[in-house]
Structures are given as C-alpha cells and as structure tokens.
Write a protein that binds this ligand. Sequence first.
Ligand SMILES: Nc1ncnc2c1ncn2[C@@H]1O[C@H](COP(=O)(O)OP(=O)(O)OP(=O)(O)O)[C@@H](O)[C@H]1O
Ligand SMILES: [Mg+2]
Length: 307
Amino acid sequence: MIRVEGLSKTFSDGFKALVDVDLSIQRGEIFALLGPNGAGKTTLISVICGLVNASRGRVLVDGHDNVDDYRAARELIGLVPQELTNEAFTTVWDTVSFSRGLFGKPQDPAHIEKVLRSLTLWEKRDSRLLELSGGMKRRVLIAKALSHEPQVLFLDEPTAGVDVELRREMWEVVRSLRDQGVTIILTTHYIEEAEEMADRIGVIRRGEIVLVENTHALMRKLGSKELTLHLQEPLEAVPESLAGHGLELANEGHALVYSYDAARQEGGSSISGLLADLEAVGLRVKDLHTRQSSLEDIFVSLVQERA
Ligand SMILES: Nc1ncnc2c1ncn2[C@@H]1O[C@H](COP(=O)(O)OP(=O)(O)OP(=O)(O)O)[C@@H](O)[C@H]1O
Ligand SMILES: [Mg+2]
C-alpha cells in the first residue's frame, strides 16, 4: 500500500531528520512506528502525506508517486495529526463535512453520519468544537481524516494524553477500521500500545529505521525470559556445581534467578539441564515462576544499544 524508498529529509538548518529510510506497508495491516521524541516519526508521516518535501528518495501510495501524482496519492490517505488544531467555533458536523469537501468529494451525509456514529460523536454533531472534551476533540480529528473515505489512515500519537478508558476505546476504533479494510499506520510512545495493536512494528531512531519486525516475532526473537526458583531453604551462595547456569541469588538467598533466551531455548535443553543439576545438589524448590520481558524492555535495550 505504501512504499518508501531511500527517503532522506534534511531541514533548511542542515538537520538530518530522516536518513535513507526504506519501508513497505502492506495493505490491511496495522503498523506501529515506535521511537523516542524527535526520532523523526512526524517528519516521516508528513513526507509520506506530501506535507513536507523529501530531500531524496520517493514515496508510492498504492503505486502513485506522491510528488508526480500528488492528488491521486493524497486522496487515498487520511491523516490524524499529532497536534490538535480545531476550529473552535465550528460544529462537529460542519468541520467533518468540510474536510470531505477539501478532497473534492461530493457531499455524502450518510457517510458522515456513519463516521460520526462509529466514533460515538453522533450526539455531539451540533456541538461547537470548543464545547467538547479533549478526547472528543481527538475523535473529531479521526472523523475528519475519515471523511473522504481514505484507504490508509495515519494516526500520529492517537492516544497521547488520553486516559486509559479512552485509549482502549480508540484501539477498538482502530481495529474496526482495519476490519473494514483500512491500512493503519500509527506512531506511539506507548510500547504497550504497539504490542497490543500492531501487526508489525518499526523502530525509528535519529531518523533511521533501526528495525522492522512482525510483533510476535519481535517478542520471540528479542524477548528474554526469567525463571525464578523459590527455595525451601535459603542459600549463602550459588553452589559450585551450578556455576555454569549463570544463576543469580535473589531475595536474600531465598530465590535463584535464571535468565534465558526464549528462542535459543527451543533448540537446547538448558532448563532441563538446570533442573537435573538442582536435583543432583539436593536443592528443594518451593515454587517457581517465569517472566517474559515486555516490548518495553526490548525497546529500551535497543535504543540504548545503538546510542
Ligand atoms: N521544520 C523543521 N526544521 C528543522 N528541524 C525540524 C523541523 N521539523 C522537525 N525538525 C526536527 O526533526 C527531528 C524529528 O522531529 P519529529 O517531529 O519528526 O519527531 P517525532 O519522532 O515525531 O517526535 P515526537 O515523539 O516528539 O513527536 C527533531 O529533532 C525536530 O527538531
Ligand atoms: Mg511527532
């Protein structure tokens, strides 16, 4: 649906906000772009949407070059911007209908109604934007972006500053859009959001895409696991014969923590080895639990690693 090739953006002050970015977004997927403040997420979206000119490279939207064939490319795209820029005195209905008109599409009250209902804004259709809560204003932005029936929807930090309940509600909205066949690209700081929502995740750092991976594969590949063994009797030190397992003593000697790589575990048998060795030393285990690192841990380690 979207193809980005060798894209670079250097601002007039010489700042390189995007460096040789290649990216392909499949039709119908939810793609999350994850990166720290200033990484280039908004810049990348702005270039794809044709709001900012690229210094090098090109963008194809469903095969349409977004410079040579701007109108065709832009028509396919809906953009929910990061910043709230609403016309305070306009009503919900008018602002959403007007957005559709900007794309030269004929009026279609039935479509606008459908969009407003899907975002639970129907009751508020005659309210002026200044009368809405922050979360409602954000939904108006989504309604505007959907007014001209785009095939791709960009959501730049859709849930920044949004409470937990509304965030879940937004996720539902995004999922239902995807179910209707809309391709979704969202940026987020909330790793939990990427993990929960995205089919694939791209990590951007200092204008470079450092990783693009299927969400589950990413979790599997980079997710380390931890096995904590709670002991019947506390230990003073890790027994000599267990040294090879890289165990750490925790909870004042009442627990042993074993870290392992979930992927590597599949081939080897180090857990069985560990359990056998524990048996051999005569250590009695009271309880055990495992913990898989979250995407957050992965993200932090990835960003630090390359710093
Ligand atoms: N018009 C501009 N002129 C010069 N530098 C700019 C301009 N717009 C953005 N930048 C710089 O480009 C970098 C990337 O900005 P961008 O807004 O794309 O980051 P972001 O990943 O969206 O960050 P955030 O998570 O804070 O929204 C930043 O260092 C920013 O200061
Ligand atoms: Mg941004």
